[in-house]
Design a protein around this ligand. Structure first.
Ligand SMILES: C[S@@+](CC[C@H](N)C(=O)[O-])C[C@H]1O[C@@H](n2cnc3c(N)ncnc32)[C@H](O)[C@@H]1O
Length: 261
C-alpha cells in the first residue's frame, strides 16, 4: 500500500519536469490533481515510492507509456469545432487532387472519423487521413472505432444510422463507408517524427493548450518539416502559437490557418 503523503514537492517537480521533456505538456498548474491521483497510480504499478516511478519512466518503455497514458487528457467528441472541420473539407475539395491529411493529435479518433464523414457527405473521395497520438489507449480505441452515445451527440439520428452500427448500446463506426483512416502511436516532439511522409493539411487542435513555450516552438519546427510547401496548418480556437520562424497566420473569410514561411 502506497502512503498518501509519500510525495514530496521535490519529487512532484521532478515528475512534472520529466513529463515536460517526454511530451511537451506543462503540468505545473495541475499539482493538486497530481497529488491526489499519483498515489493510486503508483499502487497500480506496484511501486512503493515515487522515486521508483521517476527512475522507471525514463528507463522502462512500458512504464513510460503507462505514465504518458496517465497524464494525457484525451477528452474529445465527434464534430468538435464543426465549422472549422467544414472549412477544411471545402478547402480540400477545391484542390481537386489526392489530399493527405494529418490529425495530430487525434486522441481516440473522433476528429479523424468526423473529417472522413464530412468528406463523404461533400463527395470528397480523394483523401486519406492519418491520426496520431501519444496515448496508446486512445489509439487502440480509435482503431477499434467503438464509441458511446455521448461522443455521437452532434449527429442526427439519420447520420448515426448511416455511419455507425449499434451494438449493445455502443456504436461501431462503419469504416467501409468512407476514405482510408489510419492511426498510429506517435510523439509529435520526436526528432524523427513521421520522417518520410508529407501532408497537404495538418490539424493540431486542443493539444497546444497543454504545451509550454519551447515545446510549441519544437512542434512548429516538426510540422514545418512534414507539411508540403503549399500546405495548411489548422489549430483549435483555444490553441495559441507564439511568433516563430516556421509559420505565419493567414486570416481568411473561409477560416484562419497557418502557412509555411
Ligand atoms: C484533448 S485531446 C485533443 C483531441 C482532438 N484533436 C480534439 O481537438 O478533440 C489532446 C491529445 O493530445 C495528445 N498529446 C499530448 N502530448 C502529445 C505528444 N507529445 N504527441 C502526440 N500526442 C500528444 C494527448 O494524448 C491527447 O489525446
Amino acid at each position: 500500500m502506497v502512503e498518501k503523503n509519500i510525495l514530496n514537492d521535490l519529487e512532484l517537480n521532478h515528475f512534472i519536469k520529466i513529463i515536460n521533456e517526454l511530451c511537451g505538456m506543462d503540468l505545473n498548474d495541475k499539482k493538486n490533481t497530481l497529488l491526489l491521483k499519483l498515489p493510486n497510480f503508483l499502487e497500480e504499478l506496484n511501486f512503493k515510492k515515487m522515486a521508483d516511478l521517476l527512475i522507471k519512466m525514463r528507463t522502462n518503455k512500458d512504464i513510460r507509456q503507462k505514465t504518458l497514458n496517465f497524464v494525457t487528457i484525451t477528452e474529445t467528441y465527434f464534430l468538435r469545432e464543426l465549422s472549422q472541420l467544414q472549412e477544411i473539407i471545402y478547402y480540400i475539395k477545391s484542390l481537386e487532387k489526392r489530399v493527405s491529411v494529418l490529425s495530430a493529435p487525434c486522441a481516440s479518433g473522433e476528429e479523424v472519423y468526423s473529417l472522413a464523414i464530412l468528406a463523404t457527405k461533400h463527395f470528397v473521395k480523394d483523401i486519406e487521413i492519418l491520426g496520431i497520438d501519444i496515448n496508446s489507449n486512445a489509439i487502440e480505441k480509435a482503431k477499434k472505432g467503438i464509441y458511446n452515445e455521448r461522443a455521437l451527440q452532434k449527429f442526427t439520428p439519420a447520420e448515426k444510422k448511416k455511419f455507425f452500427t449499434e451494438e449493445n448500446s455502443s456504436y461501431k463506426i462503419n469504416k467501409s463507408k468512407f476514405c482510408p483512416c489510419k492511426f498510429d502511436i506517435c510523439n509529435v516532439l520526436d526528432n524523427n517524427f513521421l520522417n518520410s511522409k508529407k501532408f497537404d493539411v495538418i490539424l493540431s487542435r486542443n493539444m497546444l493548450i497543454y504545451f509550454d513555450y519551447d515545446s510549441k516552438l519544437k512542434l512548429m519546427e516538426n510540422f514545418h518539416r512534414i507539411l508540403n510547401d503549399d500546405g495548411r496548418l489548422y489549430i483549435g480556437s483555444a490553441d495559441l502559437i507564439p511568433d516563430n520562424i516556421f509559420f505565419e497566420k493567414v486570416f481568411s473569410p473561409g477560416g484562419n490557418y497557418y502557412k509555411k514561411i
